[in-house]
Design a protein. Structure first.
Length: 149
């Protein structure tokens, strides 16, 4: 039988957010009307400070336009850091070995952190992209568990 999760979202709070890197590169001759789509990649990582009940989620996104014509593409690169206070973090994260190198994270906690991080980043990017060559890009809705793989 699967162990019951002790995640209670009332025990979670978003304490801080930082935009670590934010860059949009768009060549002067770039024609946004010729953009047919976008290629993008994301990276998600979590780190833990068990003693202080803190969790840090790092989220990176790299976007490149795909144009109908031969032109240098526009590109955006962003890195975000989110700090969460998880009051019962000791119950939700444990370590496999004495060196504490490999955490075992409660699946519901990991899903919740990935969901909040991804969706908040989507909103921030929407505002950052207004008036730029990336104005038509929106992070798609995904299964947050895909970020955890």
């Amino acid at each position: 039988m699967k162990a019951e999760s002790s995640l209670d979202v009332k025990q979670m709070e978003l304490l801080d957010f930082q935009l670590i890197k934010g860059a949009i590169e768009s060549p002067f001759e770039f024609n946004p009307n010729e953009v047919d789509g976008h290629d993008f990649g994301v990276n998600f990582n979590m780190g833990f400070n068990i003693e202080d009940s803190l969790l840090k989620a790092d989220f990176e996104v790299d976007i490149t336009t795909k144009s109908n014509i031969e032109q240098e593409e526009a590109r955006g690169q962003f890195t975000f850091a989110f700090i969460f206070g998880i009051h019962n973090l000791k119950e939700l994260v444990r370590f496999e070995d004495a060196k504490q190198n490999k955490p075992i994270v409660d699946g519901n906690l990991a899903n919740a952190i990935a969901s909040v991080t991804y969706s908040t980043s989507r909103g921030i990017l929407l505002t950052r992209f207004q008036g730029t060559a990336l104005r038509n890009f929106m992070l798609p809705i995904i299964n947050p568990n895909d970020l955890l793989k």
